[in-house]
Design a binder for this molecule. Structure first.
Ligand code: IMP
Ligand code: MG
Length: 179
């Protein structure tokens, strides 16, 4: 794909992603092995490819639900406002929940979603993020499983967008502005 203003350099290959998804699923399946049912909650839209691959590697009874949030920077405060654009369809009270996110960056989005979903009384809730940018963290969030730690680069592909494009790339690449 050619874009007028930038190039995309491959950072994580489709093959490496597939191998990591398989090992993550083993760990997650092991962790939740005694649960009657797992509810896998994906944060739209960036997690949709990851979640599709992950659930097909999880050999256990599970449901899939989605939530969409958007966060806005607030120049006046260090915290950011997180707005719910689409809530879950189902209840999570008393259930085991796996929250799946594409990238943990500052941590604000995940912190808000975790607080909100915890208030609904899940039995147990753990987070799995495909990518983590630890050097960007502003608030502390508990993430049990991370696919890959990456440096402070803007990435796209495998569900992740830049201005809504590039979600369909099979690999993860970093955006390099053309000059
Ligand atoms: P946080 O609230 O700062 O942790 O933001 C996390 C969200 O920002 C992720 O769910 C992504 O949607 C978005 N994001 C962070 N880094 C990137 C990136 O490199 N590419 C695309 N989206 C990103
Ligand atoms: Mg997101």
């Amino acid at each position: 794909m050619d874009h007028p203003n930038y190039d995309i350099d491959e950072l994580i290959s489709a093959k490496s992603i597939a191998a990591r998804v398989e090992s993550l699923a083993k760990e997650i399946g092991d962790y939740f092995k005694n649960s009657e049912k797992l509810i896998v909650v994906g944060l739209l839209r960036g997690s949709f490819v990851f979640i599709a691959d992950l659930v097909r590697e999880l050999k256990m009874p599970l449901e899939v639900d989605f939530m969409e949030v958007s966060s806005y920077g607030n120049a006046m405060e260090s915290s950011r406002e997180v707005r719910i654009l689409k809530d879950l369809r189902g209840e999570i009270e008393g259930c085991n929940v796996l929250l799946v996110e594409d990238i943990i960056d500052t941590g604000h989005t995940m912190q808000h979603v975790q607080t909100l979903l915890q208030s609904r009384g899940p039995r147990k809730m753990e987070v799995c993020a495909l990518l983590d940018k630890p050097s960007r963290r502003e608030v502390n969030v508990e993430v049990r499983w991370i696919g890959f730690e990456i440096p402070d680069e803007f990435v796209v592909g495998y569900g992740i967008d830049y201005a809504q494009l590039n979600r369909n790339l099979p690999y993860i690449g970093k955006v390099r502005p053309r000059r």
